[in-house]
Structures are given as C-alpha cells and as structure tokens.
Design a protein around this ligand. Structure first.
Ligand code: NAD
Length: 481
C-alpha cells in the first residue's frame, strides 16, 4: 500500500499522532494508499510556517518568484505521466484526461509566473500643484486554498499559481478523496527549491482542518472551491476575521440550442460537456433547452452519440471515454435524481442504470443518462447532480429559453448554440451567469476571469483578475517638496 506524507514548514511529515486515512480506487473499490490525518496542531504549524515565510517571499521581485514557478512547471511536465496515473487511480478519470489535467496544472503555474510580472499600479493627477496619487498592489499575506476532488490538480494550481506569484504564502488543504496527485504536484513545486514555509499542504477532513484555516486570524485570504452549502459555511466562518474570500461554488449549467444551430457541433458539445469526467464538473451541462422544432431530432442524435461512449477502468482500458464516478455518494445522488424525475413523469432516453458485465461488478460505474419530458419540479433541473445525468426540455421562443436558463439559484456558466449573431449577443447578455460559451462548450480559459454569480459564489480565478484576489490595493498620496 502506498503511503504519502504532507508538507509543512519545508518538511515532508506525518501527522503529530501518526494517524492516517485511506484512499480508494473508485474503479475497483480497493484501498491502495494512505495519507496523514492532520490534527489541529499540524494545521497551526502550517499556518505559522506560512506566516513566518511571508516577509521574505513577498519581498522578492515577481521575476524571482516567477523563476520558481517556471521551474516547477517544467518539473510537472517531466512527471506528467506518473502523476496522471495517481490521479486516475484515486479519481477515476481516464488516463489521457488525467495527463491533460496535469499538463494544464503546469500551464497554470507558467501563466501566473508571467502574470505576476504584469501587476502594474497607477499614477493619478491631483487638483493641487505638486500633489499626486499613486496606486500600488501588495500581497495580502497567508492564503488558504481549499479545493475538491473533481479536478484535483487544476483547481489547486489556480490557487498555488495566484497566491505564490502575487507574493502570498499558502496553506493548501487537499481534497480527502484525491490527495495523492495534488501531493505529487506540490512535490514538483518543492523540488523547484521553493523556500520553506512558502507552500504547505495538509491532508485530513475539511470539517476540521478547513474550519481552522477559514477562522484563523493569521490567514488573510481564503480561496475556496467546492459545494454551495460548504461555501456558505466557509463565508460565515471567515466573518469574525474579515478575510478576503473567493468562493467558486456549485452550478446547474443550462445549454440553449436554437433552431439555427450547427447541429453536429451542438450534439458533439452536448455529449462532451454533459458526460466528461462523469458529469463531475462544476460547468457540466445539467439542463438542455432545445428549440421545439428540432427537439426530437436533437434527442435522437444526442442519444445515438452518447451510447457510443466507452465506459471502463481508466487505468487499464483503452479506449475509455468514461471511468467510474469518484464516490459512492455521488453515484447514489445521481440515481436519486433519476428516480425523482422518473417518479414525476420524465422518460429515460438512454442510460439510467449501472453497466452490466463482470468488469463492472466493483466500482462506481454508471451509464451516461439522458432524460426527456422533464420539467422544473424535478431535481435534475434545479439542483446540481454532479453526475452523468442531463435533462432535455423544449422551448418555444428566446424569452422562454432565458427564463428557463435563469430558473435556478445557480449562475456559474451557460452554453448557447446559434448561428445568429444577434441571438448570441442577446442570450449572452441576458442569461445570469459569470461565464457564457457561444458555439463551444469550454467556458473557462486560464487568461480570462472565471467566477460565478448568485449561489455559484463570487470572486474570480484565472486571468489577471485571479491574481488581484491575492493583492491589497494601496493609495499613496504624495506631495513633492
Ligand atoms: P465540498 O464542498 O464537499 O468540499 C470542497 C472542499 O472543502 C474539500 O476539500 C472539503 O474537504 C472541504 N471542506 C469540507 N467541509 C469544510 C469546512 N467546514 N470548512 C472548510 N472546508 C471544508 O465539495 P466536493 O463535493 O468536494 O466538490 C464538489 C463541489 O465543488 C460541487 O458542488 C462543484 O460544483 C463544486 N466545484 C466548483 C467549481 C467552480 O469553479 N465553481 C469547480 C469545481 C467544483
């Protein structure tokens, strides 16, 4: 069985009690690794180390900090295959996707190394002679990163890149379901020679460790990615110490398909973004609204393409489009959403069950599932399933499409397929979400801001805006004498 350590104050360490917790392979349900179960004292030590390292790290020029991040980025690329294997074993996604994510982690650190060099201030004219205002940005201090298991490296890399490039030091609380690939990622940064205390990584239950980080007076910024429910608790727990907080929370992504769409592209996009990573993506498609004149055609073609997806063990099966879900609770939630919808009159177009055959006897496998004849009384249309399930519903006109798209508490992202530029503009302006993808299904790119509206949170990651989340603004008023 593999055994990994966590990283505190420049050292790879066990928890102070020596206790560990286990990591499961969701494709086989076997326990294959264990990692330290951090105690509150371990977390205190990590915060103290980050606080102690802040003065020197923040005093480096962004060019010097960037050199560490670029080196770490190269090391991640060199180790991408071995790190990807760990990710597939703990998370379930096919190996090629895991390797793609690791490489993205490397890109993110390189991007922030460069963006850190582009933090500019401003000089502002004053009304009086010989007076001038200067605006500068300074790192906030110790930051805490809390991230989930669906993209174990990418979501962590957004925070490591932003925090370290801006001059903050960091304590990262790694996801309990998938701590191994993030630890291997952290090791690449450590091996780049990052000074002790600048980056710390702890493993253990979010309700204990996370809660210490979010309430601690020495932590000045919390970057949280996770569910809306936990995110709201995080915000409450930061209130007493008035931290800067960014919350990247849950979503219920609507895809609007207009009658003038490129149908081939819409079908391919719907398959990819509904079921990739088994729908365990904050911007996975949950709901599809199709113009009523092409509803039947779309459903038929969508189901046909979905049934071609190959399910398997992402580590050993090739080709493999879909691995298992990451957790048994996620599988249960998906099945409960299907049961709820069918009970209220929805029809299963494809999927709706676990795949049959000897190789699926163990593991959290499930067939990608399309529901039709759905309405907004059903959980699939108003709650985040976070599984391989999508509901498809017709709409009569654009007003109705917008109304339906906005009819949830979430506002993370939306997708629109139309070949009419005015429709594209109208829908992208009207739909209440932080990210809109038109005629494509990837609403996030690293150099443009990414964040949610409504119950999908606030604050952004990616882009220069993602870096400014780790910076204080300061106005200096200067009289020249
Ligand atoms: P979760 O909210 O249960 O956990 C997220 C992280 O918070 C984990 O590391 C967990 O250990 C930690 N945590 C748990 N309790 C805590 C507490 N009391 N204080 C501090 N930290 C605590 O979410 P999950 O099930 O791991 O992840 C899935 C959710 O994440 C989905 O809702 C998904 O939409 C969301 N997500 C959002 C984005 C985005 O960018 N908006 C990206 C990926 C995932």
């Amino acid at each position: 069985m593999m055994h990994e350590k966590m990283f505190i104050a420049g050292k790879w360490v066990e928890s102070e009690t020596g206790d560990t917790f286990k990591v499961i392979n969701p494709a086989t349900e076997e326990v294959f690794a264990e990692v330290p179960l951090a105690t509150p004292n371990d977390v205190e030590r990590a915060i103290a180390a980050a606080d102690g390292a802040f003065t020197d790290w923040s005093a480096l020029t962004p060019f010097e900090r960037g050199r560490y991040l670029r080196k770490a980025s190269s090391t991640i690329l060199e180790r991408s295959k071995e790190i990807a294997k760990l990710m597939t074993m703990e998370q379930g996604k096919p190996l090629a996707e895991a390797e793609g994510e690791v490489k993205k982690g490397a890109d993110i650190l390189r991007y922030y190394a460069e963006e850190g060099e582009r933090v500019y201030g401003r000089i502002i004219a004053n009304a009086e002679v010989d007076m001038e205002s200067m605006v500068i940005y300074q790192p906030i201090g110790v930051a805490a990163a809390i991230s989930p298991w669906n993209y174990p490296i990418e979501l962590l890399a957004w925070k490591v890149g932003g925090a370290l490039a801006s001059g903050c030091t960091l304590v990262a609380k790694l996801p309990s379901e998938t701590p191994l690939s993030p630890l291997a990622f952290i090791k690449c940064v450590v091996d780049a020679g990052i000074p002790a205390g600048v980056l710390n990584a702890v493993t253990g239950p979010g309700s204990v460790i996370g809660a210490i980080l979010t309430a601690h007076p020495l932590v000045k910024k919390v970057a949280f990615t996770g569910s809306t429910e936990v995110g709201k608790g995080v915000l409450k727990s930061t209130a007493d110490t008035l931290k800067k907080v960014s919350l990247e929370l849950g979503g219920s992504l609507p895809m609007v398909i207009c009658s003038d769409c490129d149908m081939d592209a819409a079908v391919a996009g719907a398959v990819r973004r509904s079921f990739r990573n088994m729908g365990q993506i904050c911007i996975a498609i949950n709901r599809i609204y199709v113009s009523q004149d092409i509803y039947e055609e779309f459903i038929e073609r969508f189901a046909e393409a979905t049934e071609k997806l190959v399910i398997g063990n992402g580590l050993t099966d090739d080709p493999c489009d879909l691995g298992p879900m990451c957790t048994s609770s996620g599988l249960e939630k998906t099945m409960s959403h299907i049961k709820d919808a069918v009970g209220k009159g929805a029809k299963i177009v494809c999927g709706g069950k676990r795949p049959s055959g000897e190789k699926f006897e163990k593991g959290y496998f499930f067939e990608p599932t399309i529901l039709r004849d759905v309405d907004h009384s059903m959980l699939v249309m108003n709650e985040e399933t976070f599984g391989p399930l999508v509901g498809v519903m017709p709409f009569k006109n654009l007003e109705e499409a917008v109304k339906l798209a906005d009819d949830t508490k979430y506002g993370l992202a939306a997708i629109v397929f139309t070949q009419d530029i005015s429709t594209a503009r109208r829908l992208s302006h009207l739909i209440e979400a932080g990210n809109i993808a038109i005629n494509n299904v990837d609403a996030g790119v690293i150099n443009a801001p990414y964040g949610g509206w409504k119950d999908s949170g606030f604050g952004v990651e990616h882009g220069p805006e993602g870096l400014y989340e780790y910076l204080h603004i300061k106005h200096i008023r200067l009289r020249y004498i």
